[in-house]
Design a protein around this ligand. Structure first.
Ligand SMILES: C[S@@+](CC[C@H](N)C(=O)[O-])C[C@H]1O[C@@H](n2cnc3c(N)ncnc32)[C@H](O)[C@@H]1O
Length: 173
């Protein structure tokens, strides 16, 4: 956090309750892609409810990615930026993208690239969703009209309290 506050975005790991809520929303998708896994609090909850072949984990900071690989030797852990991982992610079927990315504090250029990759990904991946939490009152980032944010719930047993949102592409008419 002290070394890179803008990309880390939180003072403490996600709580077990927040992690369970996110995993519960993701578990019925055919694939799960976790972005910004950090210390692995959400990875742990996901690994309990998602088949390991269907789960891929992405983390930007090398030290954290190496530590995740040690903790979860059987999972596919990628040391990469989220936008690069999304642009190169090969899958079959629906995907739940579970994200801890700190959109409120990310450097603008990185935020722009990441949002563009997420929107492009949702456009070409039918039935897929972005499951994202934020510490703010508004949706994590603005999305064009063809996408819809749904506010799911606040989790107060997290520091700071976090609100879970889901972004989907609205079906073509
Ligand atoms: C809020 S913290 C992680 C919280 C995590 N749920 C935990 O409990 O540790 C956000 C994480 O996203 C990672 N991150 C930030 N920008 C990223 C990007 N563009 N691509 C991949 N990971 C990124 C940071 O390195 C950090 O580990």
């Amino acid at each position: 956090m002290l070394k890179d506050p803008r990309t880390t975005g939180a003072l403490a790991p996600s709580s077990a309750r927040l992690a369970r809520e996110l995993a519960n929303l993701a578990k019925d998708s055919e694939n799960v892609l976790e972005l910004g896994a950090g210390t692995g609090a959400i990875t742990q909850a996901l690994s309990k409810v998602v088949n390991q072949e269907k789960l891929q984990i992405v983390e930007l900071q090398k030290k954290l990615a190496v530590s995740l690989k040690k903790q979860y030797p059987n999972l596919k852990i990628v040391h990469s930026s989220a936008h690069f991982a999304l642009d190169n992610y090969r899958h079959c079927g629906s995907v739940a993208v579970v994200s801890s990315l700190p959109f409120r504090s990310l450097p603008p250029a990185m935020k722009h690239l990441t949002v563009q990759s997420l929107l492009a990904f949702l456009k070409v991946s039918p039935g897929s969703q972005l499951i994202q939490y934020t510490y703010g009152l508004r949706a994590p980032f603005r999305a064009p009209a063809e996408f819809k944010w749904r506010q799911i719930k606040w989790v107060f047993t997290n520091f700071p309290p976090a609100c879970i949102w889901v972004l989907t592409k609205t079906p073509d008419q």
